[in-house]
Design a protein around this ligand. Structure first.
Ligand code: PEP
Ligand code: MG
Length: 755
């Protein structure tokens, strides 16, 4: 008997010719199994394809009873074929019938065959089917024969993935590749999006599978591996990387993989079996992925990502691939899928085509999520394994409200979500109708409703939402998404453009709030044990006055002839404000010395985010023109709960008595000192908590643009005087066990206030 390894190249060549011939899919498949059987001298060769219902169906056979085609079926995990599919591992048996998983299918007539070799048909680690050869004689297939059959299976994977088999799939039956999958993640931004998958790092589709010259392909592989290793070493020796723990660890792992002899050997073997270098990388990547996807150890799974990244880099090297963002979203209705991505990369996509963002990793506070929120698109994060399950162009629904992703949704689901989208749009329409209605409570109190922003993409929302102005402009976002420090002129131009677009509506710029969780790529402070309490915001600015002066100068110039409002983040002592004001004065003097026109009105404020300021309220308010409460940080520091740690962030209620008493004391100090007080943390954007803020005396709040409509709808129906009386009593009632949140809900319900 000729063994399997002598002819893989001849076989692959023949298969390539078959793929190019104008054949009907069934005929092509039949000829493929005939060729494989003939080439490897097996009496049987069969292809099983995995259906969406988890059944492996015989699609073609040479040697078994031809009537069994499309009838013989095995469930995932059932029989030898089902075991191969479930484990994504080959099975090589000299006596198949003695294997415990063996299951006799009478319709096939396979009982006379003893030896059995089956390999999974894999694509990006997913099992699409099983390819089997059988012989009557008892024999053990050699390792290189297994390899050769796996290589052949790649061609079948390609055929299944291109959808060619649809034509020979019985009506009502779906192949697994097109199966609906629902993935649970976390909600990072609400909203519903219907569209099509756009893989941020598109899988490189290797179309050139079969090599002409093995030695040349081995050389190509060696060259690419060489450049890959050099590029990793380069990254590792860069100073900024060597400082950083986690990033460095990932790169070290890359280096380990890139030098891994086992990996290189597998790649070379696949080339010797007839594949091109890139097809070899894809094959080994798919095998490794299939194996690792079944791991439960989170550390090892993480390493799988690293390995995947490395294989992708190598593929890009070999194929000279470069991505063009514009091409990726040409069809519109794009839902971007990424493991992780930078904020600037998201901004490269045309906003009008974006319907959502799905991330495998990420955190609610990550920059890309901040930007996605600013763009107003739904975001689901922590959607494990989602990238490997999706193909470019797959239909998808992203449910940002529930943190769910529906890949390839069934028609019923699609209809249900379309309805949901319509309802949402109707609600948005109602809110939009309120845009020109003044935010005045039922008892006549005018409330100042402002919005938070940080990027130019936010600005159109100022007019769309009908906000009174920008109560918090987070200037650090421009720094966070840039790869190098923005120059003074760039800052100036950016601020000028913000002011121009805002027109008559005031903008409150907050000076750089970097450090802590806000990482600026080109500015890496030292590793800190406790970054939230570390060298950040105004502390950093006062220690590096050049940075703050540069920013103040840019702001002063941008606002020349107009009005400028600036505020400082994370102030702890009033002395810090005095120091910062001196820097501002110096910049004012500098500009007037060179006869540069100054803003005609300049207001200087501070954020209240650190509890120590609560015992300096009067001094503080004498020192500044206005204050703004950063309730996110003030809550974090008052209650000692990390705002980015989901385990504790919601442990205490920000509508509980302690925090409301703190907030009320700030409002009272504002009245005493005649200093305007605003609140610009997330709680201002939730109608119920916004109602509580009005109840304790706030008359100015600033929130995300999407919240303006719902908050306005709430306050239009609110008798704030009546609520204030109830709240004062409730907050002061030391004996009461009734949570204020419940009280507020009851009040809203009793008075028909939409919350
Ligand atoms: C806050 O802390 O409430 C705030 C508005 O600032 P940031 O969320 O940017 O820290
Ligand atoms: Mg803050």
């Amino acid at each position: 008997m000729r063994d399997l390894s002598t002819g893989p190249r001849v076989l692959l060549k023949r298969l390539r010719e078959l793929m190019a011939e104008p054949l009907e899919p069934q005929e092509r498949l039949d000829q493929i199994v005939q060729q494989i059987a003939r080439n490897v001298v097996a009496e049987v060769c069969s292809v099983y394809v995995l259906r969406a219902d988890g059944v492996l169906e015989l699609y073609a056979t040479e040697g078994l009873n031809p009537d069994a085609v499309h009838l013989a079926q095995l469930k995932m995990g059932q029989g030898l074929v089902g075991t191969i599919a479930a484990s994504a591992q080959p099975l090589n048996l000299s006596d198949a019938q003695s294997h415990p998983a063996y299951r006799y299918l009478p319709e096939t007539g396979e009982e006379i065959y003893h030896s059995f070799l089956g390999v999974p048909i894999l694509r990006t680690g997913r099992t699409l089917g099983v390819l089997v050869v059988q012989n009557k004689a008892q024999r053990n297939y050699r390792e290189d024969e297994v390899e050769a059959l796996e290589t052949t299976a790649m061609i079948l994977a390609e055929m299944i993935a291109t959808g060619e088999l649809k034509k020979i799939t019985r009506p009502g039956i779906e192949l697994d590749l097109t199966r609906h999958v629902a993935i649970d993640g976390d909600s990072y931004n609400e909203g519903i999006g219907l569209g099509y998958v756009v893989l941020h790092e598109p899988r490189i589709v290797v179309t050139n599978l079969l090599n002409e010259d093995t030695d040349q392909e081995i050389r190509r592989l060696a060259d690419s591996l060489g450049s890959l290793r050099i590029s990793i070493d380069d990254m590792l020796s860069r100073r900024d990387v060597s400082m950083e723990g986690e990033h460095r660890e990932v790169l070290e792992t890359y280096r380990m993989f890139a030098h891994d002899q086992g990996w290189v050997r597998k790649l070379e073997e696949a080339i010797r079996n007839g594949l091109t270098a890139e097809a070899a990388v894809e094959k080994v990547q798919s095998d490794t992925r299939a194996r690792m996807m079944r791991l439960t150890d989170p550390y090892l799974r993480e390493r799988m990502h690293d390995f995947d990244d490395l294989a992708n880099r190598l593929l890009r090297q070999l194929t000279g691939y470069s991505t063009s963002v514009a091409g990726k979203v040409a069809n519109g209705d794009a839902i971007i899928f990424a493991r992780a991505m930078g904020a600037a990369e998201l901004l490269d996509y045309p906003r009008e085509n974006l319907r959502g963002l799905v991330l495998e990793d990420g955190a609610v506070t990550s920059h890309v999520v901040i930007v996605a929120r600013a763009m107003g698109i739904p975001v689901v994060g922590q959607a494990a394994g989602v990238v490997a399950l999706a193909e470019n162009g797959d239909p998808v629904i992203i449910d940002g409200d529930d943190g769910k992703v529906h890949l390839r949704p069934v028609p019923d689901l699609q209809v249900a979500y379309q309805e949901k989208v319509r309802l949402r749009a109707k609600r948005q329409e109602q809110f939009r109708a309120l845009r020109s209605v003044d935010p005045v409570t039922k008892d006549g109190q005018r409330i100042n409703l402002q919005m938070n922003a940080g990027l130019l993409v936010d600005l159109p929302q100022l007019v769309d939402s009908g906000a009174d102005g920008i109560g918090l402009f987070r200037t650090e976002l421009q720094f966070m998404i840039a790869s190098t420090m923005p120059k003074t002129e760039e800052q100036e131009e950016f601020y000028r453009s913000v002011l121009n677009q805002a027109g008559k509506r005031p903008v409150t710029f907050r000076t750089l709030d970097i450090g802590g969780d806000k990482v600026v790529p080109y500015f890496r402070p030292h590793e800190e044990e406790n970054p939230a309490l570390g060298w950040r915001a105004i502390r950093l600015a006062l220690d590096r006055p050049g940075l703050l002066r540069m920013q103040l100068r840019a702001l002063l110039r941008a606002a020349s002839g107009g009005e400028l409002k600036v505020m400082l983040p994370m102030v702890t002592e009033v002395a810090e404000i005095r120091q910062a004001r001196e820097l501002l004065q110096r910049e004012v003097q500098h500009l007037s010395k060179f006869s540069h026109p100054l803003p005609k009105k300049l207001q200087f404020g501070a954020m209240i985010e650190v509890p120590a300021l609560l015992w300096q309220l009067d001094e503080l308010m004498q020192e500044v023109d206005f204050v703004s409460v950063g309730s996110n940080d003030l809550f974090q520091f008052s209650m000692a709960v990390d705002r980015g740690n989901a385990r504790v962030a919601d442990r205490f209620d920000n509508l509980g008595r302690p925090f409301l008493r703190i907030l009320r004391s700030i409002v009272e100090a504002g009245k005493r000192n005649k200093t305007p007080v605003t609140l610009c943390g997330e709680m201002a954007g939730k109608p119920l908590s916004a109602m509580a803020l009005l109840g304790i005396g706030f008359r100015s709040i600033s929130m995300g643009p999407a919240a303006i409509g719902p908050v306005k709808a709430m306050l239009l129906g609110l008798d704030v005087g009546m609520l204030a009386e109830i709240m004062t009593a409730a907050i002061d009632d030391e004996a009461s066990r009734v949570p204020i949140r419940d009280l507020l809900k009851r009040f809203a319900e009793a008075h028909n206030i939409p919350i």
